[in-house]
Ligand binder design. Sequence first.
Ligand code: ACO
Length: 195
Amino acid sequence: MEFKYFAVNDVVPNEITIITKDLVPEGFNGNARARADCAEKVNVILEDLGWASAKAQGLKQPITSGPKFRMSEHILYILVDPGNCDGRGSVVGLLKIGRKKLFMWDLAGYQHEVEPLCILDFYIHESKQRTGWGKKLFEYMLKHQNVLPQHLAIDRPSEKFLSFLYKHYGLEHILPQMNNFVIFDGFFDSESALS
Ligand code: ACO
């Protein structure tokens, strides 16, 4: 995914860049004007990425957009292929996470109020799927958040994502819930997953 009016590498400087609600990449150096200009370009990137992700998941509206993201405490990891497009770089995908207060059932039938880290949106560009980019992005997030895959809650996972979680992390046994979130066996093993 490339953009006509700017080079991706000038806006999102690392292979994986972290963005929070000010829409300015972590570590960005520049004055107020440069920050505003950068945030505007990130907004354009999120617009395209958000729609591409929605389309890939068969949704009518994007889950991720600049205006929605600005009003959230979510964390976004943007993945770039810096060598693509004659060195201008191309955006490969996104992973959005955040904590949510949820009621979850364990296998014994007890309900718990928890606030786990949730996977809210995950997308790799069609041209790059099934070549390991998703794993690279997901692994980065796991290390950055110091979290194990079984301690995550997943918001409406697609079949592809379920297959991804099984292939790379052996996650298979879903604990049935009354909401749209999917959790796996092992979710309740750690206190740290619950707060
Ligand atoms: N069909 C079935 N399984 C798939 C597919 C597919 N078309 N694509 C990826 N996978 C799974 C498989 O387990 C695959 O292993 P295999 O090729 O040996 O069968 C594995 O993922 C490949 O791992 P990566 O290459 O690291 O994954 P990828 O870069 O493709 O990223 C992702 C995975 C994000 C699910 C990507 O395929 C994608 O963007 N899909 C479309 C959008 C989507 O479904 N996003 C998740 C929505 S749910 C949510 O966001 C909370």
